[in-house]
Design a binder for this molecule. Structure first.
Ligand code: ZN
Length: 445
Protein backbone atom coordinates (compact mmCIF):
# COMPACT_ATOMS: atom_id res chain seq x y z
CA UNK A 1 0.00 0.00 0.00
CA UNK A 2 1.05 3.57 -0.25
CA UNK A 3 -0.04 6.55 1.70
CA UNK A 4 1.81 9.72 2.55
CA UNK A 5 2.40 10.97 6.01
CA UNK A 6 -0.06 13.38 7.52
CA UNK A 7 1.17 13.55 11.08
CA UNK A 8 0.73 17.30 11.12
CA UNK A 9 -2.99 16.96 10.53
CA UNK A 10 -3.70 14.74 13.47
CA UNK A 11 -1.83 16.64 16.12
CA UNK A 12 0.55 13.92 17.16
CA UNK A 13 3.44 16.32 16.85
CA UNK A 14 4.09 16.49 20.53
CA UNK A 15 3.35 12.86 21.15
CA UNK A 16 5.87 11.06 23.25
CA UNK A 17 5.16 7.39 23.51
CA UNK A 18 5.81 5.32 26.54
CA UNK A 19 7.04 2.14 24.93
CA UNK A 20 8.66 0.95 28.10
CA UNK A 21 7.02 -1.80 30.09
CA UNK A 22 3.55 -0.91 31.38
CA UNK A 23 2.93 -0.33 35.05
CA UNK A 24 1.50 -3.78 35.61
CA UNK A 25 2.92 -7.01 34.34
CA UNK A 26 1.08 -8.47 31.39
CA UNK A 27 1.17 -12.12 30.53
CA UNK A 28 0.65 -11.63 26.80
CA UNK A 29 3.30 -8.94 26.57
CA UNK A 30 5.75 -11.19 28.40
CA UNK A 31 5.00 -13.76 25.74
CA UNK A 32 5.88 -11.28 23.01
CA UNK A 33 9.08 -10.29 24.75
CA UNK A 34 10.22 -13.89 25.04
CA UNK A 35 9.66 -14.36 21.30
CA UNK A 36 11.38 -11.19 20.10
CA UNK A 37 14.91 -12.54 19.52
CA UNK A 38 13.55 -15.29 17.27
CA UNK A 39 11.13 -12.93 15.56
CA UNK A 40 13.85 -10.39 14.82
CA UNK A 41 15.96 -13.13 13.31
CA UNK A 42 13.03 -14.04 11.08
CA UNK A 43 12.51 -10.38 10.20
CA UNK A 44 16.12 -9.80 9.19
CA UNK A 45 16.04 -12.86 6.97
CA UNK A 46 12.81 -11.74 5.29
CA UNK A 47 14.16 -8.23 4.91
CA UNK A 48 17.36 -9.41 3.27
CA UNK A 49 15.48 -11.65 0.85
CA UNK A 50 12.48 -9.81 -0.59
CA UNK A 51 10.61 -11.06 -3.64
CA UNK A 52 8.40 -9.24 -6.13
CA UNK A 53 4.63 -9.60 -6.48
CA UNK A 54 3.48 -13.14 -7.36
CA UNK A 55 7.09 -14.30 -7.09
CA UNK A 56 7.03 -14.81 -3.31
CA UNK A 57 8.06 -18.46 -3.63
CA UNK A 58 10.78 -18.60 -0.96
CA UNK A 59 8.88 -16.21 1.30
CA UNK A 60 5.71 -18.31 1.12
CA UNK A 61 7.71 -21.46 1.84
CA UNK A 62 9.23 -19.84 4.94
CA UNK A 63 5.80 -18.86 6.25
CA UNK A 64 4.29 -22.25 5.45
CA UNK A 65 7.11 -24.04 7.26
CA UNK A 66 6.66 -21.97 10.40
CA UNK A 67 2.87 -22.33 10.34
CA UNK A 68 3.12 -26.10 9.96
CA UNK A 69 5.59 -26.27 12.83
CA UNK A 70 3.02 -24.50 15.00
CA UNK A 71 0.41 -27.13 14.16
CA UNK A 72 -1.63 -25.35 11.47
CA UNK A 73 -3.13 -27.18 8.52
CA UNK A 74 -1.31 -25.37 5.70
CA UNK A 75 -2.17 -25.04 2.01
CA UNK A 76 0.28 -23.37 -0.37
CA UNK A 77 -0.20 -21.98 -3.84
CA UNK A 78 -3.57 -20.34 -3.12
CA UNK A 79 -3.85 -17.49 -5.64
CA UNK A 80 -0.49 -18.39 -7.16
CA UNK A 81 1.86 -17.91 -4.22
CA UNK A 82 -0.56 -17.39 -1.32
CA UNK A 83 -0.48 -19.40 1.90
CA UNK A 84 -3.51 -20.40 3.99
CA UNK A 85 -3.11 -21.92 7.45
CA UNK A 86 -6.07 -23.19 9.45
CA UNK A 87 -6.30 -24.21 13.11
CA UNK A 88 -9.62 -25.51 14.44
CA UNK A 89 -10.00 -25.24 18.16
CA UNK A 90 -13.60 -26.01 19.04
CA UNK A 91 -16.84 -24.16 18.41
CA UNK A 92 -16.58 -20.43 17.97
CA UNK A 93 -16.11 -17.71 15.40
CA UNK A 94 -13.57 -17.79 12.58
CA UNK A 95 -10.90 -15.12 12.70
CA UNK A 96 -8.58 -14.51 9.74
CA UNK A 97 -5.30 -12.70 10.23
CA UNK A 98 -3.67 -11.40 7.06
CA UNK A 99 -0.13 -10.42 6.17
CA UNK A 100 1.01 -9.44 2.69
CA UNK A 101 4.29 -10.84 1.43
CA UNK A 102 5.66 -8.91 -1.55
CA UNK A 103 8.56 -6.51 -1.85
CA UNK A 104 9.03 -3.66 -4.33
CA UNK A 105 11.34 -2.94 -7.27
CA UNK A 106 13.41 -0.50 -5.23
CA UNK A 107 17.19 -0.45 -4.70
CA UNK A 108 17.61 -0.40 -0.91
CA UNK A 109 19.70 2.47 0.44
CA UNK A 110 19.15 2.14 4.18
CA UNK A 111 22.71 0.97 4.83
CA UNK A 112 21.38 -1.61 7.31
CA UNK A 113 23.61 -4.63 7.88
CA UNK A 114 20.75 -6.85 6.69
CA UNK A 115 19.83 -4.62 3.73
CA UNK A 116 18.57 -6.44 0.64
CA UNK A 117 21.04 -7.08 -2.14
CA UNK A 118 18.48 -8.93 -4.20
CA UNK A 119 17.81 -8.16 -7.84
CA UNK A 120 14.94 -9.29 -10.04
CA UNK A 121 13.41 -8.53 -13.38
CA UNK A 122 9.82 -7.31 -13.13
CA UNK A 123 7.26 -7.29 -15.95
CA UNK A 124 8.82 -4.11 -17.35
CA UNK A 125 11.83 -6.21 -18.35
CA UNK A 126 14.38 -3.94 -16.67
CA UNK A 127 16.44 -5.56 -13.91
CA UNK A 128 16.10 -3.81 -10.57
CA UNK A 129 16.93 -4.18 -6.93
CA UNK A 130 14.18 -5.56 -4.69
CA UNK A 131 13.37 -4.20 -1.25
CA UNK A 132 10.76 -4.58 1.46
CA UNK A 133 10.24 -0.82 1.16
CA UNK A 134 6.62 -1.08 2.29
CA UNK A 135 7.40 -3.10 5.42
CA UNK A 136 5.55 -6.27 4.48
CA UNK A 137 8.38 -8.11 6.23
CA UNK A 138 7.16 -6.61 9.50
CA UNK A 139 3.63 -7.76 8.65
CA UNK A 140 4.68 -11.37 8.12
CA UNK A 141 6.80 -11.40 11.27
CA UNK A 142 4.02 -9.80 13.31
CA UNK A 143 1.60 -12.43 11.99
CA UNK A 144 3.87 -15.28 13.04
CA UNK A 145 4.37 -13.64 16.43
CA UNK A 146 0.62 -13.32 16.97
CA UNK A 147 0.04 -16.90 15.82
CA UNK A 148 2.61 -18.25 18.26
CA UNK A 149 1.00 -16.34 21.12
CA UNK A 150 -2.37 -17.86 20.20
CA UNK A 151 -1.01 -21.37 19.74
CA UNK A 152 0.62 -21.11 23.18
CA UNK A 153 -2.79 -20.13 24.64
CA UNK A 154 -5.15 -22.58 22.96
CA UNK A 155 -6.97 -23.04 26.25
CA UNK A 156 -7.92 -19.34 26.15
CA UNK A 157 -9.89 -19.33 22.88
CA UNK A 158 -12.50 -21.34 21.00
CA UNK A 159 -13.04 -21.14 17.28
CA UNK A 160 -11.11 -21.36 14.03
CA UNK A 161 -8.00 -19.36 13.38
CA UNK A 162 -7.00 -18.73 9.76
CA UNK A 163 -3.69 -17.13 8.82
CA UNK A 164 -2.99 -15.95 5.32
CA UNK A 165 0.20 -14.92 3.60
CA UNK A 166 -1.13 -12.81 0.75
CA UNK A 167 0.85 -12.28 -2.44
CA UNK A 168 0.99 -9.28 -4.75
CA UNK A 169 -0.49 -6.49 -2.65
CA UNK A 170 1.73 -3.96 -4.38
CA UNK A 171 0.09 -4.58 -7.73
CA UNK A 172 -3.34 -4.78 -6.12
CA UNK A 173 -4.08 -8.30 -7.34
CA UNK A 174 -3.12 -10.75 -4.61
CA UNK A 175 -6.23 -10.63 -2.41
CA UNK A 176 -8.48 -11.10 -5.43
CA UNK A 177 -6.32 -13.95 -6.70
CA UNK A 178 -6.69 -15.77 -3.37
CA UNK A 179 -10.46 -15.19 -3.29
CA UNK A 180 -10.83 -16.43 -6.86
CA UNK A 181 -8.86 -19.51 -5.85
CA UNK A 182 -11.40 -20.34 -3.16
CA UNK A 183 -10.14 -18.54 -0.06
CA UNK A 184 -13.69 -18.27 1.30
CA UNK A 185 -15.02 -21.55 -0.14
CA UNK A 186 -12.22 -24.08 0.22
CA UNK A 187 -11.32 -22.72 3.65
CA UNK A 188 -13.45 -21.49 6.58
CA UNK A 189 -15.05 -18.14 5.75
CA UNK A 190 -14.07 -15.61 8.39
CA UNK A 191 -16.44 -13.76 10.66
CA UNK A 192 -13.63 -11.31 11.30
CA UNK A 193 -10.64 -10.26 9.20
CA UNK A 194 -7.76 -8.39 10.79
CA UNK A 195 -4.65 -6.92 9.27
CA UNK A 196 -2.19 -4.17 9.97
CA UNK A 197 0.21 -2.00 8.01
CA UNK A 198 3.36 -0.32 9.23
CA UNK A 199 3.18 3.47 8.94
CA UNK A 200 5.95 5.88 8.00
CA UNK A 201 4.20 8.93 9.43
CA UNK A 202 3.64 7.73 13.00
CA UNK A 203 6.09 7.15 15.82
CA UNK A 204 7.13 3.57 16.47
CA UNK A 205 4.58 1.65 18.50
CA UNK A 206 1.65 3.97 17.90
CA UNK A 207 -1.59 2.40 16.67
CA UNK A 208 -3.68 4.43 14.24
CA UNK A 209 -7.10 3.60 12.86
CA UNK A 210 -9.90 5.01 10.71
CA UNK A 211 -13.43 3.64 11.16
CA UNK A 212 -15.39 3.37 7.91
CA UNK A 213 -13.51 4.14 4.71
CA UNK A 214 -9.79 4.01 5.43
CA UNK A 215 -8.32 3.76 1.93
CA UNK A 216 -9.61 4.65 -1.50
CA UNK A 217 -10.81 2.99 -4.68
CA UNK A 218 -7.84 3.15 -7.04
CA UNK A 219 -8.50 3.24 -10.77
CA UNK A 220 -5.89 3.57 -13.48
CA UNK A 221 -7.35 5.10 -16.63
CA UNK A 222 -5.75 5.46 -20.05
CA UNK A 223 -7.12 7.95 -22.57
CA UNK A 224 -5.98 7.91 -26.15
CA UNK A 225 -6.95 11.18 -27.86
CA UNK A 226 -6.89 11.06 -31.67
CA UNK A 227 -6.14 14.14 -33.71
CA UNK A 228 -5.42 14.76 -37.35
CA UNK A 229 -1.71 15.21 -37.95
CA UNK A 230 -0.15 17.91 -40.08
CA UNK A 231 2.42 20.72 -40.38
CA UNK A 232 2.84 22.95 -37.37
CA UNK A 233 2.74 26.02 -39.61
CA UNK A 234 -0.68 25.12 -41.00
CA UNK A 235 -2.88 24.25 -38.00
CA UNK A 236 -6.08 24.86 -39.98
CA UNK A 237 -5.31 21.75 -42.03
CA UNK A 238 -4.99 19.56 -38.93
CA UNK A 239 -6.73 18.79 -35.61
CA UNK A 240 -4.24 19.22 -32.79
CA UNK A 241 -4.61 16.38 -30.23
CA UNK A 242 -2.35 18.22 -27.77
CA UNK A 243 -4.83 21.07 -27.55
CA UNK A 244 -7.77 18.66 -27.28
CA UNK A 245 -6.01 16.62 -24.59
CA UNK A 246 -5.05 19.81 -22.72
CA UNK A 247 -8.69 20.83 -22.64
CA UNK A 248 -9.56 17.38 -21.34
CA UNK A 249 -6.95 17.67 -18.57
CA UNK A 250 -8.29 21.03 -17.45
CA UNK A 251 -11.96 20.07 -17.57
CA UNK A 252 -11.35 16.81 -15.71
CA UNK A 253 -10.54 18.90 -12.66
CA UNK A 254 -14.11 20.23 -12.67
CA UNK A 255 -15.38 16.71 -12.05
CA UNK A 256 -14.02 17.12 -8.53
CA UNK A 257 -14.33 20.86 -7.96
CA UNK A 258 -17.76 21.43 -9.56
CA UNK A 259 -19.57 18.09 -9.68
CA UNK A 260 -18.67 16.28 -6.46
CA UNK A 261 -19.93 17.11 -3.03
CA UNK A 262 -16.98 18.82 -1.34
CA UNK A 263 -17.52 16.57 1.69
CA UNK A 264 -17.03 13.44 -0.43
CA UNK A 265 -13.31 13.29 -1.19
CA UNK A 266 -12.06 12.27 -4.61
CA UNK A 267 -8.93 12.78 -6.69
CA UNK A 268 -8.17 12.83 -10.40
CA UNK A 269 -4.49 13.15 -11.22
CA UNK A 270 -3.17 13.10 -14.77
CA UNK A 271 0.22 11.55 -14.16
CA UNK A 272 1.33 11.20 -17.74
CA UNK A 273 0.72 13.26 -20.90
CA UNK A 274 2.53 12.14 -24.02
CA UNK A 275 2.25 13.40 -27.56
CA UNK A 276 4.28 14.52 -30.52
CA UNK A 277 7.83 14.12 -31.73
CA UNK A 278 9.03 17.47 -33.08
CA UNK A 279 8.54 21.23 -32.86
CA UNK A 280 6.79 21.73 -36.16
CA UNK A 281 4.65 18.61 -36.47
CA UNK A 282 1.10 18.38 -35.25
CA UNK A 283 0.83 14.78 -34.06
CA UNK A 284 -2.13 12.55 -34.63
CA UNK A 285 -2.48 11.23 -31.07
CA UNK A 286 -2.04 12.28 -27.46
CA UNK A 287 -2.05 9.81 -24.58
CA UNK A 288 -3.05 10.49 -20.99
CA UNK A 289 -2.63 8.30 -17.91
CA UNK A 290 -4.76 9.03 -14.86
CA UNK A 291 -5.09 7.80 -11.34
CA UNK A 292 -8.63 8.19 -10.02
CA UNK A 293 -9.40 7.91 -6.29
CA UNK A 294 -12.73 7.71 -4.52
CA UNK A 295 -14.37 5.94 -1.58
CA UNK A 296 -17.87 4.88 -2.55
CA UNK A 297 -18.93 2.88 -5.59
CA UNK A 298 -21.32 5.67 -6.59
CA UNK A 299 -18.60 8.30 -6.62
CA UNK A 300 -16.30 5.98 -8.51
CA UNK A 301 -18.92 5.43 -11.19
CA UNK A 302 -19.68 9.16 -11.44
CA UNK A 303 -15.99 9.94 -11.95
CA UNK A 304 -15.40 7.25 -14.55
CA UNK A 305 -18.57 8.19 -16.45
CA UNK A 306 -17.56 11.85 -16.26
CA UNK A 307 -14.10 11.15 -17.64
CA UNK A 308 -15.58 9.37 -20.67
CA UNK A 309 -18.12 12.16 -21.18
CA UNK A 310 -15.53 14.94 -21.03
CA UNK A 311 -13.07 13.15 -23.30
CA UNK A 312 -15.77 12.66 -25.91
CA UNK A 313 -17.21 16.16 -25.59
CA UNK A 314 -13.87 17.96 -25.83
CA UNK A 315 -13.03 15.98 -28.92
CA UNK A 316 -16.36 16.92 -30.47
CA UNK A 317 -15.88 20.55 -29.45
CA UNK A 318 -12.64 20.53 -31.46
CA UNK A 319 -14.53 19.28 -34.49
CA UNK A 320 -13.20 15.74 -34.54
CA UNK A 321 -15.39 13.30 -36.46
CA UNK A 322 -17.62 10.84 -34.57
CA UNK A 323 -15.51 7.85 -35.53
CA UNK A 324 -12.38 9.39 -34.01
CA UNK A 325 -13.44 10.12 -30.48
CA UNK A 326 -11.02 9.39 -27.61
CA UNK A 327 -10.74 5.85 -26.32
CA UNK A 328 -11.00 5.61 -22.54
CA UNK A 329 -9.72 2.39 -20.93
CA UNK A 330 -10.21 1.62 -17.24
CA UNK A 331 -7.71 -0.99 -16.10
CA UNK A 332 -9.00 -4.24 -14.65
CA UNK A 333 -8.90 -5.31 -11.93
CA UNK A 334 -9.08 -2.07 -9.98
CA UNK A 335 -8.25 -1.82 -6.29
CA UNK A 336 -11.45 -1.29 -4.31
CA UNK A 337 -11.60 0.96 -1.28
CA UNK A 338 -10.95 -0.45 2.17
CA UNK A 339 -13.80 -0.13 4.65
CA UNK A 340 -13.26 -0.78 8.34
CA UNK A 341 -16.52 -2.05 9.84
CA UNK A 342 -17.22 0.83 12.27
CA UNK A 343 -18.67 -0.97 15.32
CA UNK A 344 -16.12 -3.75 15.07
CA UNK A 345 -13.28 -1.23 14.68
CA UNK A 346 -14.32 0.72 17.77
CA UNK A 347 -14.70 -2.50 19.75
CA UNK A 348 -11.18 -3.65 18.88
CA UNK A 349 -9.75 -0.20 19.58
CA UNK A 350 -11.42 -0.05 22.99
CA UNK A 351 -9.48 -3.22 23.80
CA UNK A 352 -6.26 -1.69 22.44
CA UNK A 353 -6.75 1.46 24.53
CA UNK A 354 -7.07 -0.60 27.67
CA UNK A 355 -4.04 -2.66 26.74
CA UNK A 356 -1.68 -0.06 25.30
CA UNK A 357 -2.93 3.12 26.93
CA UNK A 358 -4.78 6.09 25.41
CA UNK A 359 -1.59 7.77 24.19
CA UNK A 360 -0.68 4.91 21.87
CA UNK A 361 -4.04 4.49 20.13
CA UNK A 362 -5.30 7.26 17.89
CA UNK A 363 -8.09 7.75 15.41
CA UNK A 364 -6.53 9.25 12.27
CA UNK A 365 -7.96 10.64 9.04
CA UNK A 366 -8.53 8.22 6.20
CA UNK A 367 -6.32 8.63 3.14
CA UNK A 368 -6.66 8.33 -0.64
CA UNK A 369 -3.96 5.66 -0.87
CA UNK A 370 -4.83 2.13 -1.88
CA UNK A 371 -4.61 -1.41 -0.47
CA UNK A 372 -6.29 -4.56 -1.67
CA UNK A 373 -7.27 -5.55 1.89
CA UNK A 374 -10.75 -4.21 1.06
CA UNK A 375 -11.35 -7.21 -1.23
CA UNK A 376 -12.00 -9.53 1.73
CA UNK A 377 -14.98 -7.53 3.01
CA UNK A 378 -16.29 -7.05 -0.52
CA UNK A 379 -16.25 -10.82 -1.00
CA UNK A 380 -18.42 -11.34 2.09
CA UNK A 381 -20.20 -8.07 2.92
CA UNK A 382 -23.02 -9.66 4.94
CA UNK A 383 -21.13 -12.18 7.06
CA UNK A 384 -17.74 -10.62 7.67
CA UNK A 385 -16.39 -7.67 9.61
CA UNK A 386 -12.97 -6.34 8.76
CA UNK A 387 -10.33 -3.99 10.07
CA UNK A 388 -6.89 -2.88 9.00
CA UNK A 389 -5.00 -0.67 11.42
CA UNK A 390 -1.69 1.18 11.26
CA UNK A 391 1.30 0.53 13.46
CA UNK A 392 3.75 3.43 13.55
CA UNK A 393 7.27 2.56 12.51
CA UNK A 394 9.29 5.78 12.71
CA UNK A 395 12.08 5.40 15.27
CA UNK A 396 11.19 7.62 18.24
CA UNK A 397 14.33 9.69 18.05
CA UNK A 398 13.89 10.33 14.32
CA UNK A 399 10.26 11.24 14.88
CA UNK A 400 11.26 13.81 17.49
CA UNK A 401 13.89 15.31 15.18
CA UNK A 402 11.42 15.46 12.28
CA UNK A 403 8.98 17.35 14.51
CA UNK A 404 11.69 19.95 15.11
CA UNK A 405 12.29 20.22 11.38
CA UNK A 406 15.76 18.69 11.59
CA UNK A 407 14.91 15.68 9.47
CA UNK A 408 12.76 14.74 6.48
CA UNK A 409 11.21 11.35 7.12
CA UNK A 410 11.20 8.82 4.28
CA UNK A 411 7.78 7.60 3.19
CA UNK A 412 6.72 4.04 2.54
CA UNK A 413 8.22 2.80 -0.75
CA UNK A 414 11.29 4.98 -0.15
CA UNK A 415 14.70 3.28 -0.53
CA UNK A 416 15.50 4.79 2.89
CA UNK A 417 12.49 3.42 4.81
CA UNK A 418 13.94 1.64 7.83
CA UNK A 419 11.25 1.21 10.47
CA UNK A 420 11.86 0.41 14.09
CA UNK A 421 10.98 -3.16 13.24
CA UNK A 422 11.15 -4.36 16.82
CA UNK A 423 8.50 -1.86 17.90
CA UNK A 424 6.27 -2.58 14.90
CA UNK A 425 6.48 -6.35 15.25
CA UNK A 426 6.06 -6.50 19.02
CA UNK A 427 3.14 -4.04 18.99
CA UNK A 428 1.42 -5.77 16.08
CA UNK A 429 1.89 -9.30 17.41
CA UNK A 430 0.49 -8.33 20.79
CA UNK A 431 -2.37 -6.34 19.25
CA UNK A 432 -3.45 -9.03 16.80
CA UNK A 433 -3.27 -11.78 19.42
CA UNK A 434 -5.14 -9.70 22.01
CA UNK A 435 -7.88 -8.78 19.53
CA UNK A 436 -8.24 -12.42 18.48
CA UNK A 437 -8.49 -13.62 22.09
CA UNK A 438 -11.23 -11.05 22.68
CA UNK A 439 -13.10 -12.18 19.56
CA UNK A 440 -13.10 -15.86 20.46
CA UNK A 441 -13.27 -16.22 24.21
CA UNK A 442 -12.93 -19.72 25.62
CA UNK A 443 -16.06 -19.18 27.71
CA UNK A 444 -18.05 -18.80 24.51
CA UNK A 445 -19.18 -15.36 25.65
ZN1 ZN B 1 2.20 -2.12 1.75
Amino acid sequence: MSFKRFAGQVGIGAMVLALAAPAQADELRDGVRAQMPALMEMYRDLHANPELSFEEFETAKKLATRMRAMGFDVTEGVGKTGVVAVMRNGDGPTVMLRADMDGLPVVEQTGLPYASKRVATPASGVETGVMHACGHDTHMTGLIGAAQLLVDRKDQWRGTLVLIGQPAEEIGEGALAMLKDGLFTRFPKPDYVLGFHDAAQFPAGMIGYSPGYALANVDSVDISVPGIGGHGAYPHTAKDPIVIASAIVMRLQTLISRERNPLDPAVITVGSFQAGAKHNIISDEARLQLTVRSYSDETRKALLDGIARIARAESMAAGMPDDKIPKVTVQEPYTPSTFNTPDFTEEVMAGFRTRFGESRVMKVPSVMGGEDFGQFLRASPDDTKSLIFWVGGVPQEEFARAQKGELELPSLHSPFWAPDAEAVISTAAEAMAAATLDLMPASGG
